[in-house]
Design a protein around this ligand. Structure first.
Ligand code: PLP
Length: 283
């Protein structure tokens, strides 16, 4: 199963735990963190069964345009691959951009689209999510049988929380006020993007969606060879917790992830401390 690198790591874990083999395709920082289609193509073999997409993306905050999705659909069609599309951040899109669900562009292919309320309605922990199966279900009979078995074994998701789904999806979408100028998520994104890029040795692509940013460290400047050590040193020195790039199946020690949900005052305090830390840190 082709899984992005960097990924939301449960995807790699799920594939491997289910007895599959997660093969990572690269998302390219030089191209707004879009999937590298040539890399994806080069990793398809006669044993490849599916492509996983995370769009909008955790940890990069990327949003994939139609042209990129079309190339993925073309590849999947050519090799008759299933598409698993994790779209949990589909309502958290900024800059007037539109999220496009890949299943809408591939009515002939078997697609599983995942979403839920935990991000758009800020109720992580209530365990309200769903999957939509579409397209050519005849190639996925055993998969669907497995899902039915699992859901029957688990009975159902949290019932009191289910009662809010209709109101949440149908009512006023308060998140819309967060993602425009003046809104919390938008302003926090602007702040963290500018603050990180003004630190010598740090660069970051501007996220378009979700609430993460995945900055790059100049590993030569800081002599970084181990991103876990970097995270631990920052935590010990400054009491700031970041997630290292390796936690997202990113194979170089040169990235880390910030969740920019805290208010700007908190982000300011953290970036000032990070700036100070990086002024002396050498691994
Ligand atoms: C890409 C992605 N998919 C799924 C999830 C999990 O969402 P839930 O809270 O519904 O389990 C997350 C949570 O961080 C995520 O980042």
């Amino acid at each position: 199963v082709l899984v992005p690198s960097p990924d939301y790591p449960l995807w790699t874990a799920c594939v491997n735990l289910a007895g599959g083999t997660a093969v990572h395709y690269v998302c390219d920082e030089e191209s707004e963190w879009y999937p590298d289609i040539d890399d994806m193509r080069s990793k398809i073999t006669d044993r490849t069964v599916a492509i996983v997409l995370i769009n909008p993306n955790n940890p990069t905050g990327a949003l994939y345009p139609k042209e990129v999705l079309q190339q993925i659909v073309d590849l999947a069609r050519e090799h008759q691959l299933m598409i698993f599309s994790d779209e949990i951040y589909d309502r958290l899109v900024m800059d007037g951009l539109q999220h496009v669900s890949i299943a809408s562009m591939a009515p002939d292919l078997f697609c599983v689209t995942f979403s839920g309320l935990s991000k758009s309605h800020m109720i992580a922990g209530y365990r309200i999510g769903w999957m939509v199966l579409s397209g050519n279900k005849s190639i996925a009979k055993d998969y669907i049988e497995g899902i039915n078995m699992l859901t029957n074994m688990r009975i159902c998701s949290n019932v009191p929380a289910q009662s809010i789904v209709q109101t949440a999806l149908g009512g006023h979408q308060s998140v819309n006020d967060y993602i425009v100028p003046g809104g919390r998520l938008y302003e926090q994104r602007e702040y963290i993007y500018n603050a990180l890029n003004s630190i010598p040795g740090v660069t970051a692509v501007k996220p378009k969606a979700a609430f993460y940013i995945f900055p790059k460290l100049d590993v030569k400047k800081f002599n970084i060879t181990d991103d876990e050590q970097f995270a631990l040193d920052l935590l010990h020195d400054k009491r700031i917790l970041i997630t290292r790039g390796g936690g997202f199946n990113w194979h170089e020690p040169d990235h880390f992830r910030i969740v920019y949900l805290p208010r700007i005052e908190v982000l300011r305090d953290a970036t000032e401390k990070l700036t100070d830390f990086l002024s002396y840190y050498r691994q």
